[in-house]
Design a protein around this ligand. Structure first.
Ligand SMILES: *[C@@H]1O[C@H](CO)[C@@H](O)[C@H](O)[C@H]1NC(C)=O
Ligand SMILES: *[C@@H]1O[C@H](CO)[C@@H](O)[C@H](O)[C@H]1NC(C)=O
Ligand SMILES: *[C@@H]1O[C@H](CO)[C@@H](O)[C@H](O)[C@H]1NC(C)=O
Length: 626
């Protein structure tokens, strides 16, 4: 108030002196700021509370540590005590915890007819959904996001039990990545799908051109087991945001948790008044996946998995000419130059290799270290890896969990054994004979291998396990060759004290992504496309490209001005006139002339054709006469 009075009287004063008292009244400023902050807080509180809260409870089995059928454990060979194997048990998928081998339950396998029926229902639901506003689609995602934020532990517990991954790896790979994806869709999704203006060219300067993005229809996603929650939510959020419906075939090794995740999505669809048919999950093995890929109404297939199965999906999709996105394996390298900061990169290299026990398509598979710091690098990583705690994720704090897929521990062992036979050296781990691996659970110990060479299977094949292969290189050219000679090309990382050097190396690596002085940060930038080259697959999901990939692009062209109407010039109308051809030649020369002189020549030809439609009879040169 005290500030207000002189201000009121300041009419006779100079401008400066009138505002000076206001300037120094911090109390007033504080009050205004305080009030604004309060208003923002209240407004954002009301805004958050406007987002419906889902009530999706865990079932008894999902909540408790125990198993469904009391005291039922699979044997290490993957046999159910009742004599059933994983998979073929009378139309059911046997689900179990890979860290304890507790049987979690059985889920019905969807038959071909059921899959086709689900796809048809999805197509019907999608017709209505395609007409919804972005506002409504954002609300759907916000509802899911709110539930995820408030139920991180439930989601991670269920994921940990189904996939054997430690809670921290679930928090990072399942929750954080998914939340970032939703955040990106909320913030930038609509802009990415807005019609994009394009140039119409010189001759059609009076037209405007644009690309429009319209929802494809029903998308099929076939996803792996390594991140049971994220792998479902990742394609689902993009598909529904773009206006598509989606049917997701989950892996037979991550079927149990998918039921909870599907319940969350369905509850959110209920909240916005959309049909539950819009997003559906199907369970089963190859025949279920094949039925989905071949279903008539499927407009696109997103496949994430191994190179071998990717080929089969592509074959199946060929029948209906259904486009496919293939996200296959990787053999992602970390290049460590001798001027790199070891204390910065060692923890990153360790997380990159051992998170989720290496079961991550963009996990680090090869660490290429320049000779100068090779030994220092090994000395820095070995003690940490030796000290890693491994065990069942829900029984206590562990650094490493289990291998999700049955027999994966044996597969990893076979790769390690082959390498050792051919001269590689095991520095840490490397054997299934450790106590943890012999017990109940699919464990492979954290391992470090050195001396890996081209002759070894592990050089080219994806391990997908907790194995760090440390290789040496001499020059930057060598490092580039080591990476580019590999059949895969998903991600890569380069560490160097010189950013210019790191960037120069990165630009020469034939991989779908490169991170500089960090690892796989490209995946956390959800505006970026994700996907590899060579045997890592093709096309992208994620980012602007992935979101637009859920759409068909429509090229649209129209008159720029409302009063402009395009007609066919008389010379081009039927019946064709004798000079029509010469006129078009002139037009071509005029518009596409190389440089101004050329344009002008074209203009002359055009005018000549118009002014002298009959043309002059051409003299035939004597040499051509016969
Ligand atoms: C998650 O699992 C842990 C360990 O079994 C348990 O203590 C905790 O209560 C569970 N939390 C939820 C929300 O289910
Ligand atoms: C896989 O690992 C990379 C690198 O550590 C990480 O950025 C990414 O989030 C992980 N994948 C998922 C699905 O979380
Ligand atoms: C190396 O990285 C560490 C962080 O791990 C940092 O504290 C240190 O300053 C870095 N050293 C140099 C020379 O940049």
């Amino acid at each position: 108030m005290a500030a207000g009075v002189p201000w009121m009287l300041g009419m006779a004063d100079t401008m400066w002196s009138s505002i000076a008292p206001l300037r120094v009244d911090f109390g007033m400023i504080g009050l205004v700021f305080g009030a604004c902050a309060m208003a923002i807080f209240v407004w954002s509180y009301l805004d958050y509370n406007n987002i419906p809260t889902l009530k999706v409870d865990l079932t008894e089995q999902e909540r408790t540590q125990g198993h469904l059928e009391q005291d039922l454990k699979l044997s290490k060979s993957g046999k159910h005590p009742k004599g059933e194997g994983i998979g073929e048990s009378d139309g059911q998928v046997v689900c179990y915890d890979p860290a304890t081998l507790d049987v979690l339950g059985k889920k019905r396998i969807h038959t071909k007819e059921e899959v086709e029926d689900k796809v048809r229902r999805c197509a019907k639901a999608q017709e209505a959904w395609a007409k919804t506003s972005f506002k409504k689609r954002r609300m759907l995602l916000k509802i899911i996001q709110k539930y995820v934020l408030e139920h991180q532990m439930e989601i991670c517990n269920v994921s940990a039990k189904d996939s054997g991954k430690p809670m921290l790896d679930a928090a990072f790979g399942e929750i954080l990545t998914t939340c970032e994806k939703i955040r990106w869709l909320l913030a930038e999704g609509e802009a990415a799908l807005k019609p994009e203006p394009r140039s119409a060219g010189s001759m059609m300067f009076y037209k405007s051109a644009r690309v429009e993005f319209h929802p494809l229809g029903v998308v099929a996603a076939i996803v792996p087991w390594n991140y049971p929650f994220h792998n479902i939510l990742n394609p689902v959020t993009a598909a529904v945001f773009a206006g598509c419906g989606i049917v997701v075939k989950v892996s037979e090794y991550a079927t149990w948790s998918s039921e909870y995740y599907e319940r969350i999505i369905h509850a959110a669809l209920d909240e916005v008044g959309a049909s539950r048919d819009l997003v559906q999950v199907v369970h089963g093995f190859a025949t279920t996946g094949q039925a989905l890929v071949k279903a008539k109404e499927i407009s696109k297939v997103v496949f994430v998995g191994s190179t071998g199965i990717g080929r089969k999906v592509l074959e199946a999709a060929a029948e209906n000419l259904t486009p496919v996105v293939l996200e296959l394996g990787g053999k992602d390298p970390v290049i460590v130059c001798d001027d790199a900061n070891l204390s910065q990169l060692v923890p990153i290299a360790l997380r990159a290799t051992y998170q989720s026990c290496g079961q991550n398509c963009t996990g680090a598979e090869r660490i290429l270290v320049q000779e100068g710091i090779y030994q220092k690098f090994l000395d820095a990583v070995v003690p940490t890896v030796r000290g890693m705690r491994q065990g069942a994720p829900l029984a206590g704090l562990v650094d490493c969990g289990a291998m999700c897929m049955p027999r994966q521990a044996q597969n990893v062992q076979a790769l390690v054994d082959d390498a050792v036979r051919k001269g590689a050296k095991v520095v840490v781990g490397g054997s299934l004979k450790t106590e943890i691996s012999k017990g109940q659970g699919q464990f492979y110990p954290p391992t470090i291998l050195t001396g890996v060479t081209r002759e070894m299977r592990i050089w080219n094949e994806e391990v997908f396990g907790p194995v760090m292969c440390v290789e040496r290189f001499a020059t930057d050219d060598d490092a580039v060759n080591l990476v580019n000679s590999n059949p895969f090309g998903l991600g890569s990382a380069i560490f160097s004290g010189s950013k210019a050097r790191a960037k120069a190396i990165a630009s020469r690596l034939k991989t779908g992504a490169s991170s500089i002085n960090d690892f796989a940060t490209t995946y956390l930038c959800q505006s970026l496309p994700f996907g590899g080259v060579k045997e890592s697959g093709f096309d992208k999901f994620g980012g602007v490209e992935g979101l637009r990939g859920m759409c068909y692009t429509k090229a649209v062209c129209e008159d720029r001005l409302p009063f402009l109407v395009t007609t066919v010039p008389p010379e081009l109308q039927y019946p064709i006139k004798p000079h029509s051809f010469r006129m078009v030649c002139g037009i071509v020369h005029f518009f596409y002339g190389v440089g101004l002189y050329s344009n002008l020549c074209g203009l002359c030809r055009l005018l000549k054709a118009l002014v002298l439609p009959g043309g002059k009879p051409k003299r035939v040169p004597p040499s051509k006469r016969d």
